[in-house]
Design a protein around this ligand. Structure first.
Ligand code: PGA
Length: 250
């Protein structure tokens, strides 16, 4: 059966105490639903990674740890950077690369993202590579997605997870209609195939996913799960998503 992914992107939120409590609550829920096909990944901010890793250690069959970013550099004199090796050493299996907030606010270019993806693989981290158009780019969506994919060498995409996150849907409560998500994920598969990515990566949707709308998005025949921001910050809301994902065969 196809693996399903539910990824919690906590962004720059939660105190240490809140992060620990939330991870324990999510861990306990993961153990309760105990679905081996559902891979739930928690992505706290860097300083909380170690504590969250400790909090979820006993739930390791069901919960994994991910980072929200990694440095493009291996190590050395890069004040403030956190390298992929450190992220792997603290227990992460995944790392988000190319989130639109970083592409936009930190002006991250494709060349930089290539270096980050390389660092991720060198350190056995699975990258969650984010792509998506802004509101102003809606009419040239295909061009944008093609560029975000074709800028990246095939070898760096074939073992990644790809998250389609329309920038205009992130944190806004506005989402594409469910059939449009399918259309776009199919388009992404076509672009990947034309780019000669032979083993197609799992495709996720992200952008204002919550317990009210997850059901309609789960009718997708092509999506392998979701990248969730706001609704991953509370145990009850995120547990509802987990319960739903454990039930449906998306
Ligand atoms: P959101 O964020 O669920 O709050 O829209 C998703 C994301 O940015 O990954």
């Amino acid at each position: 059966m196809q693996k399903k992914y539910l990824i919690a992107n906590w962004k720059m939120n939660l105190s240490l105490n809140e992060a620990e409590k939330l991870s324990q609550a999510i861990g306990a829920h993961a153990a309760q639903i105990s679905n081996a096909n559902l891979i739930t990944i928690l992505c706290p901010s860097f300083p909380w990674l170690y504590s969250v890793q400790q909090s979820i250690a006993s739930y390791s069959p069901w919960l994994s740890l991910g980072a929200q970013d990694c440095s493009a550099y291996k190590n050395g004199a890069y004040t403030g950077e956190v390298c992929a090796q450190m992220i792997a050493e603290v227990g992460c299996k995944y790392v988000i690369v190319g989130h639109s907030e970083r592409r936009i606010l930190n002006h991250e270019s494709s060349n930089l993202l290539i270096q980050k993806l390389e660092q991720a693989y060198i350190n056995q981290l699975t990258p969650i590579y984010c792509i998506g158009e802004t509101m102003g780019q809606k009419s040239i969506q295909e061009e944008i997605l093609t560029r975000q994919i074709k800028d990246i060498p095939v070898s760096l995409l074939s073992q990644a997870i790809i998250a389609y996150e329309p920038v205009w849907a992130i944190g806004t409560g506005v989402t594409p209609e469910a059939p449009m998500i399918d259309v776009t994920l199919n388009l992404i598969n076509d672009i990947l195939t034309k780019h000669k990515v032979t083993s197609l990566p799992p495709l996720l949707y992200g952008g204002s996913v919550n317990s009210q709308n997850i059901e309609k998005f789960s009718t997708s025949t092509i999506s392998a799960g979701f990248l969730v921001g706001g609704s991953s910050l509370q145990a009850e809301a995120f547990s509802a998503l987990m319960t739903f994902m454990a039930k449906v065969n998306i």
